[in-house]
Write a protein that binds this ligand. Sequence first.
Ligand code: SRM
Ligand code: SF4
Length: 567
Amino acid sequence: MSSAPEQKKLHKNESIKVNSVNLRGTLSEELNDNSTGSICADSAQLSKFHGMYMQDDRDIRAERRKKKLEKAFSFMLRVRIPAGVVSSEQYLKLDQLADDYANGMIRLTTRQTIQYHGLLKGNIRNLIRGMDEVGVDSIGACGDINRNVMAYNNVSNEKTRLEMHTYARKISEQFMPEGKAYYDLFIDGEKVTTEAEVEPIYGKTYLPRKFKIGIAVPPSNDVDVFSQDLGLIAIYKGDKLEGFNISAGGGMGTTHGNTKTFARVADVLGFVKPEDVHKVAEAIVTTQRDFGDRTDRAHARLKYTIADRGVEWFIGEVESRSGVTFEKAREFKFETIVDDFGWHKDVNGDWYYGQFIASGRIKDTAECQMKKAFQEIAKIHVGDWRMTGSQNMVICGVSEGSKAAIEKILADHGVPGPETLSGLRKNALACVALPTCGLALAESERALPSVIDDIEDILDEVGLRETDISIRMTGCPNGCARPFLGEIGFVGKAPGKYNMYLGANYEGLRLNTLYAESIKVDEALEKLKPIIKQYAAEREEGERFGDFCVRKEIVTIAEKDSVKLSF
Ligand code: SRM
Ligand code: SF4
């Protein structure tokens, strides 16, 4: 094992963590202070580890500034739901809490969990206590720590899915902080602790940056495994789990104009047996803990640690820490990323229903009362609810007898079925962006639906409506909807302007590349139209849009931007 590097001047967040008594800081006093809707900057950093972000409504920021009013502060709270599974009881409670304490909407995220927006400071404890009543928490959902663990969600293979969800839960628990700050601050009330608890994995400074883990089961790459800091690719022989190929060092976030930042697909390190997975995961996390760059947060993710030091060094470090030697990676093939929409049968003979949810926003409108429909279903549904990494919901374990009732509820509430979805819309992701995200440079969630309408018109013209094409939009280059893995990627550059990227591999093994910079949506459509027409006319059988763009040299992808596989 090598020794930790000599550090330059540490980023100020490092001292905030050290001095916080296991993430407590002055949060308790500030939550009790009714004179402002905000908390101080240091506390805002610490609150992330408990699953929340301080935000303000950017739609009314200028108006409030003019009136010399404090910003309209509120909090976003992100829940920890490993693999995105909740019971009907939990769903109903989570839904009720959105009405009682947040803005009345639930937002499914790209990491299989939910977010609340518009939560006022005075209601944070109420909301967290409500979640606690049904055994749900927001510990480590944000912050420099392991985030919500994603896992394969293809419900048709129920046995495998269950096995992988158990791994996701165990890995999530493995990387939970030991400290009890969350309970002291938000559940037990104002308990004051001055003595720090020991964090065996994280130490006093936790990780240099966020850390993300996802589990995929080929042929589905529904978790975008190569975008994760740590990826587990399950290898099955028939029904038997042989082990996992381990990947590391994926990530999306970049900064416009900062060439030192980049999106990266993970390296495949090798294969390990099931009994070694937790040891190897811990070695990967602690290597990043000790070697990640704590001086520059734009260079602090695992992808930079591996890119700077080399994958051979990383493998050696992980093997030495875990005592496990990687075997040669086992062969696998990803063939799809899309969720199963509509009714399907699982291997147990039960039904499941995949519901598309535009950008994961569960709300009621005049035309579609999806939130109410889900409430009504949760009142009668005995199976569970599974959120997908593409911001959709799967209602699982439905008996033959209950199917009609669920169908009726969806129809009575105007919830559109899968027959309305084009191949493009089924594969669409958009991040939240405005008005809540403080980092958004352009619209995303509010902009993507009409962009899809326009592209669908082009696809209709050339008979490609049913073709699966992945499209991902984000309001900035942080990459929350994994836009650099979209066959078409739109990344916000300025209000109304986007960078357009093309050429990713649909199954998530190759990043896209910049095709046009800082253009309006109309200009993007003008550029896309001839390419889509050419695709319709000249594609080879089964050829995906992203692969076509590369074969026809519409874009050229650097070698480093494809996953290297050798079996
Ligand atoms: Fe993200 C920051 C929303 C998945 C990369 N992300 C944010 C914040 C908290 C903005 C902030 O820091 O002030 C956004 C809150 C917006 C809001 O109003 O709700 C935000 N990220 C989201 C969500 C909700 C997007 C969505 O529409 O679903 C996703 C929540 C996931 C979850 O449940 O945990 C979300 N974020 C991602 C992903 C995708 C993933 O994890 O699979 C990425 C790219 C993968 C990666 O991490 O490399 C991602 N978010 C970022 C980054 C860039 C990190 C970096 O390495 O540079 C930031 C900015 C930061 O950390 O400084 C960020
Ligand atoms: Fe906000 Fe940017 Fe993430 Fe979108 S990609 S939610 S704009 S940080």
